[in-house]
Every structure is written in structure tokens, then in C-alpha cells.
Design a protein around this ligand. Structure first.
Ligand code: 5HM
Length: 164
């Protein structure tokens, strides 16, 4: 069961094109790993996860811009929460999606790699949207912190105050 009551769906965003191996056109295993871990983690909690990397077979079935853009925007609009790896170097597509998610008023959790510099508008996004940041060096080790951050973001979004 989800650790966040009533949370049913999550859109998971992160760098894509920059992670494709030019020789195969697909994401190598180590690039897939963080997405795999996050998808499995959320699905094990019964959440529905929308993730373009998986949808597009990790690069093997890349969609055209005219197809993936409206699809992603609609899936973000429908999702209960938005979780992203902004990327280092920054993922352009993820930053567009972050703009949509914040403008749609979604609770947002950003997984930031410790020691990396992120653009000012990512650093400052919490001033205009419901954003929780999870600094990490390893996605798998950060899962408990991610769950807490997701709960905080969803609670804040709903105006829930929990004791302690
Ligand atoms: O610019 P970049 O490829 O890093 O953008 C990644 C983000 O854009 C992902 O979160 C994904 O949801 C979306 N995207 C997509 O859905 C991006 C590409 C390729 O740029 C794609 N489908 N084919």
C-alpha cells in the first residue's frame, strides 16, 4: 500500500536523450537503474507510475516530439504527484515538465544529487509551488527519504497538518 493515503498516481520525469547510447539508441543499464528502482518502489506501493523512459522502451521506441509532448502534459495533468530527477547536466525536457507540474499546482518531489549545482529556478521553485527536495548520492538509499518527502508534499498540498 502507498505510504501516502489517497495517493494513486505519480509522473516520474528525468533526463532521457542525454542518456541514450549513440551506438544503440537505448539507455544502458546503469542509466536505467534509478528509474527502474523508483518505478518498482512506487508500484510496490500500489501506485500507478507514468514514466516516458519505460513507455518508450528505454529509447528503442522513441516517440516523435509531436506525440510525446501532449501525452506527457496530459499525464502530468492527471497525476496526483510529480517526481523528477532534474538531471546533471540539466534535462531540458524535465525542466519544461517541471514548469507544467508547478503551474498545474501538483505536489512535487525533486531528487537532487548531492554536490551538484541546479539552476536558480529549480532551487527557488519551492517559493511558488509545493516542492520537497531530497538530496542524495544513491537513489536506492534515498527511498525512505523520498517516501517522507512525498507524504510532506501531498500533505502540504492538501493543507493537512500532522502532529510531530
Ligand atoms: O530533454 P530530455 O530528453 O532530457 O527530456 C526528458 C523528459 O522529457 C522526460 O521526463 C520525459 O517525460 C520527456 N520526454 C519524453 O516523454 C523526452 C523525450 C526525448 O527528449 C521523449 N519522450 N522522447
Amino acid at each position: 500500500m502507498s505510504t501516502v493515503p489517497d495517493l494513486r498516481s505519480v509522473f516520474l520525469a528525468g533526463p532521457f536523450l542525454q542518456l541514450l547510447d549513440p551506438a544503440t539508441g537505448e539507455m544502458p543499464g546503469d542509466a536505467r537503474a534509478p528509474f527502474d528502482i523508483l518505478i518498482k518502489h512506487f508500484e510496490a506501493q500500489g501506485l500507478s507510475v507514468h514514466n516516458a523512459h519505460r513507455r518508450e522502451a528505454w529509447g528503442a521506441e522513441l516517440m516523435r516530439p509531436e506525440v510525446c509532448t501532449p501525452l506527457d502534459q496530459e499525464e502530468i495533468r492527471k497525476a496526483d504527484a510529480f517526481v523528477a530527477l532534474p538531471g546533471f547536466p540539466a534535462s531540458p525536457g524535465t525542466h519544461v515538465e517541471l514548469g507544467w507540474a508547478s503551474a498545474f499546482g501538483k505536489p512535487i518531489v525533486l531528487l537532487l544529487e548531492r554536490g551538484r549545482q541546479y539552476t536558480f529556478l529549480v532551487q527557488g521553485l519551492h517559493t511558488v509551488a509545493t516542492v520537497e527536495y531530497v538530496e542524495h548520492t544513491d537513489v536506492a538509499a534515498a527511498l525512505p527519504a523520498l517516501d517522507r518527502a512525498l507524504r510532506r508534499a501531498v500533505d502540504r498540498h492538501r493543507g493537512v497538518i500532522r502532529p510531530g
